[in-house]
Design a protein around this ligand. Structure first.
Ligand code: PMP
Length: 321
């Protein structure tokens, strides 16, 4: 679907997958007006095809658009567009337990122009791809590199918006993490390089001395939909999460005094990812002797249980396609 200033969003259509053609001066190539979302469609054990909280993705897409001076979309329309596309062929949603259909809605600026200003034309596009279970062999703890030099996103900059540029800014550190045998980077705040933000494409949680904590939304942390759902579930279970500023020194101290019980990332791709060790200033801090904590198992089983229909969706998080 395309946007034209003065006319609004026009001409929604479903077309076969293929290359896009754009003017080399299309503003997205130069000024980076590009925002995106990521969500999944699941096939439940009753053969229903469902989306997990797609309204939240539509809302976040609009928040990202607003940050980059891009036009907003009707949120109900975004959800309906995803449903329509998935319905084109239900066979796109894999049958194998744990597999799903990854859905990537995005908005880019398309006007040809070299002046630095917001574009007057945009495209809203949705693409999809079947994906296997993140953990084909069952949950596996991951090693994470705490990044003390680069920053991913800055408060007051593109911060918590899901804009392509924030991911471009993360690639260098991500490559260094891989060289250090780490799956992802744990980002610290851009200003003091002291407070924890998030992990690569996940929000982060810790259990320290029986208490569950997660960094409070600082303005440069993506407001994860899995994060929000997990906070909700833990509250239901009588295990409230404290959202607070957490410094890397707090984590080192908890590690040293033996109270760092569990650490995990949360996001659409992996759902819940146990952190086996944190590499900080060249020294690995091994968490829970590298074993997967009880909380990670319970959260993973509950969220995937809801998504695949094994557990009743009491929060009405699922939307049928
Ligand atoms: N942080 C970042 C930077 C991400 O890219 C993602 C994935 N969208 C998340 C956190 C987790 O968000 P969600 O739970 O909505 O997938």
């Amino acid at each position: 679907m395309d946007y034209e200033e003065g006319q609004g969003w026009l001409d929604p259509r479903i077309i076969p997958y293929g290359p896009l053609s754009h003017d080399p001066a299309a503003m997205v190539f130069h000024y980076g007006q590009a925002v995106f979302e990521g969500l999944k469609a699941f096939r439940t054990n009753k053969e229903d095809i469902v989306l997990f909280r797609p309204d939240q993705n539509a809302k976040r897409l609009n928040r990202s658009c607003e940050r980059l001076s891009m036009p907003s979309l009707d949120e109900d329309f975004v959800v309906q567009a995803i449903q329509s596309l998935v319905r084109v062929d239900a066979n796109w949603v894999p049958r194998k337990e744990g597999s799903s259909l990854y859905i990537r809605p995005f908005v880019i600026s398309t006007e040809a122009g070299l002046g630095v200003r917001a574009s007057s034309r945009y495209s809203f596009i949705i693409i999809m791809s079947p994906v296997g279970a993140y953990y084909e062999e069952g949950l596996q703890p991951v090693n994470i590199l705490v990044e003390g030099h680069f920053a991913r996103a800055v408060q007051g900059g593109t911060g918590n918006a899901k804009v392509a540029g924030n991911y471009a800014a993360s690639l260098n550190a991500q490559a260094i993490a891989k060289e250090n045998n780490c799956a992802q980077v744990l980002w610290l705040d851009a200003v003091e390089k002291k407070y924890l933000e998030e992990v690569g494409s996940m929000n982060v949680f810790f259990k320290i001395n029986g208490e569950i904590i997660t960094p409070s939304l600082s303005g440069s942390i993506l407001e994860g939909i899995t994060r929000k759902s997990i906070i909700h579930l833990l509250k239901d279970w009588g295990l409230p999460v404290k959202e607070q500023k957490i410094s890397i020194d707090d984590i080192v101290e908890a590690y040293k005094n033996g109270t760092l019980e569990e650490a995990f990332g949360t996001g659409t791709a992996a759902v819940v990812s146990p952190i086996g060790s944190l590499l900080w200033q060249g020294t690995p801090m091994v968490i829970n002797q590298g074993h997967i904590g009880e909380l990670v198992h319970r959260l993973y089983d509950t969220i995937t249980g809801i998504q695949f229909g094994r557990i009743e969706d009491t929060h009405s998080w699922l939307v049928t396609c």
